[in-house]
Write a protein that binds this ligand. Structure first.
Ligand code: AMP
Ligand code: MG
Length: 337
């Protein structure tokens, strides 16, 4: 296949990202603009308004960094789901407009699959058990019989959301380049006392809402220091994640563990998983932050993989899929080890 270029658009939640990659997986541009709410969590409509406002500038910047012209693009990919409807629709509309204006094929990409694929190429990992932990998702998966199977997932809120809500209630504020989870991590590193909190693993699935409720109640009671509460929240939540990942690893007998998503930046989570993976003789790796949080390059790369296997999306089928599951997607390019 001739060398080509794919432009990918990410807009599932608070990030609007545009990436340009070659068909060989070289990343030429990865530009992101994140929506930071004035207060509270992500408001889908406000985030979508942000995306619509910045889209033109982010696309122009991506072309500039990649050093190519729009007409040189061969494929347009976009995050089709899962995610917040209003946010997804902005990315989809921009992608449709670009694809039809440039007369290029369109590829609707599953966001969770894109996280795994960019990790595989960047970290040179072949066939991992992947723990994907972010503001909206908590999924333990591994390839089996044609798809990335979901071995465990959250039954309610995502781990990133759990940490963010607690941090906000504790009065913590995100800073530029330092999301709430990172602010909480810093405070947790000063905690020493492990406060008993609900540890909820059901089968292979996880639940964080009870843990959050109790942590918030203790925060309001003011009996414990914020350092000890942050420390305990992390210890309990990350132990749950490590337990489920370990069981997926023992079951599948894979030889690699891959950590990705925004929460992957957390050092404590990294160290728990590393110890666990090494005990099983598996190689542990963490996707670098730029490619672990939501980004356009991962959508572009997943777009290349789909396109090479003829998996394009006609415009009339390019409606967004708010609840599109990872295990609903065939992965024909995967070569089992
Ligand atoms: P994403 O949804 O992939 O864009 O990632 C955003 C999520 O990652 C938010 O919930 C952040 O608070 C969280 N996050 C970022 N850095 C850290 C960190 N060092 N520790 C824990 N969570 C983090
Ligand atoms: Mg995000």
């Amino acid at each position: 296949m001739k060398e080509g270029f794919c432009l990918g658009i990410e807009s599932t939640a608070d990030d609007f990202g545009v990436g340009i990659v070659t068909f060989n997986g070289e990343i030429l541009a990865n530009v992101n603009d994140v929506y930071i709410p004035e207060r509270g969590g992500i408001h889908p409509r406000e985030a979508s308004r942000h995306h619509a406002m910045v889209a033109g500038r982010v696309i122009a910047e991506a072309f500039k960094r990649a050093g190519i012209k729009p007409k040189e693009i061969d494929v347009i990919a976009f995050s089709q789901g899962p995610g917040l409807g209003p946010c997804l629709r902005v990315g989809a509309t921009v992608a449709r407009a670009l694809a039809s204006y440039l007369s290029k094929p369109l590829v609707g990409v599953n966001h969770c699959l894109a996280h795994i694929e960019i990790g595989r190429v960047i970290n040179r990992v072949k066939d991992p058990v992947t723990l994907y932990v972010s503001g909206g998702n908590t999924i333990v998966s591994a390839f089996e019989a044609g798809r990335y199977r979901v071995f465990g997932e959250t039954l309610d809120i995502a781990i990133g959301n759990c940490l963010d809500v607690f941090a906000r209630e504790a009065g913590l504020k995100p800073e530029l380049g330092k999301p709430l989870g990172a602010v909480l991590e810093e405070i947790a590193s000063k905690g020493r006392k492990l406060i008993p909190l609900p540890y909820t693993v059901k089968g292979m699935d996880l639940s964080f809402s009870g843990l959050l409720t109790v942590a918030l109640k203790l925060l309001r009671e003011g009996k414990y220091s914020l350092e000890d509460l942050c420390f305990s929240l992390q210890e309990i939540a990350f132990s749950m994640l490590t337990e489920v990942t370990e069981r997926a690893l023992a079951h599948t007998e894979k030889k690699e563990v891959l950590l990705t998503g925004g929460v992957a930046a957390n050092r404590r989570l990294q160290s728990m998983l590393k110890v666990m993976a090494e005990e099983h003789g598996a190689r542990f790796s963490v996707v670098p932050k730029e490619y672990a949080t939501d980004n356009g390059a991962m959508i572009a790369w997943a777009g290349v993989l789909c396109y090479k296997y003829g998996l394009t999306t006609p415009i009339e089928k390019s409606f967004v899929r708010i609840r599109w599951r990872l295990d609903d997607v065939d992965v024909p390019w995967f070569k089992e080890q």
